[in-house]
Design a protein around this ligand. Sequence first.
Ligand code: SAH
Length: 366
Amino acid sequence: MSEKIKKILEKKEFSKGDIITLLQANKEERQLIFAKANQVKKDFVGLKTYYRGLIEFSNICAKDCYYCGIRASNKNVQRYDISDEQILQAVKFAYENNYGSVVFQSGERADKQFIERIEQLLIKAKKITKGKIGITISLGEQSLETYRRWYNAGAHRYLLRIESSNKELYYKIHPQNKMHDFDTRLNALYDLQKAGYQTGTGVMIGLPFQTYEHLADDLLFFKAFDVDMVGMGPYIEHTETPLYEHRNLLLPLEERFNLTLKMIAILRIMMKDINIAAATALQAIDPIGREKALKVGANIIMPNITPTINRENYQLYENKPCIDEGADECTHCLEARITISGDDIGYGEWGDAPHFEKRTKIKKEA
Ligand code: SAH
């Protein structure tokens, strides 16, 4: 069997069948995939990890996704919205500690007040860091016009997970209505590219009803869409959500974890020069889960720099790590752990994906 894996790994392109075989690799075989992924990482993006200081500034959300702990219908979560001042304080922390970039993430809202607030925040974040901080935003589905406004205000990367590229599965994990429309989400991704962002997407791994075939299709979707960045992590059930009732269908956590590492490694081999995040959810399963991901192809880590008082209320899933640690503590423990895993840290750099530059250059020349 490992001969079969070796043969696949020598190929230039993977078929769907190849990907499924790789996803099913056993403990020994998967080492071959991991070694190859780490080599590709070294050759194409370098053994370097970039930081994105993550600011989860509000858990107020208009959506009702069946898997998410901060869905609108969950009445057992205390809603919060961090003040602009505190957000900018966190930006300053990231800047002063040479993180290079920050991510603004929150529940999903598309009202006028929210759009304007974000625009102002982006302008201020750039101003207080003399234009030096790189800003990724992850604020859900918005109109092309809004995406453009925020881009012009200073954001240059955007994360919007498709959650599953399979429409049928998508509707098993979301309500089927206008607010949760698969095609709208997909179109939003195209709009992000149109607006000029480095565009990132991703999926959850180990969802109920999800098959190897779905996951292989997800990887092929990333490739076909020509994404610049991917963030994907294990699905972790949350008691206060509708999907919890299907927990009997889930793989054990450890298997969801291992499957995520394989997804990351295979994606690195398929898309050599993109940015791949070591998702925080990995750390909820294994204390050094993110570092393990860095060894098999991931190159981005998102240290949580949300003021600690609010962290316990941004629990998309249970067991979320580091909710009681301050940003400072996180920085120190992280640096040691990354260095031990063999990467340098790209302090003070934006760490954009080389893929983006190539993608846009080809377009300009065409
Ligand atoms: N509102 C933004 C940000 C969403 S939170 C948006 O719509 O894009 C970021 C990600 O957390 C989601 O895209 C989802 O993939 C992930 N997530 C939510 N609930 C989860 C769970 N129970 N387990 C694992 N990941 C989860």
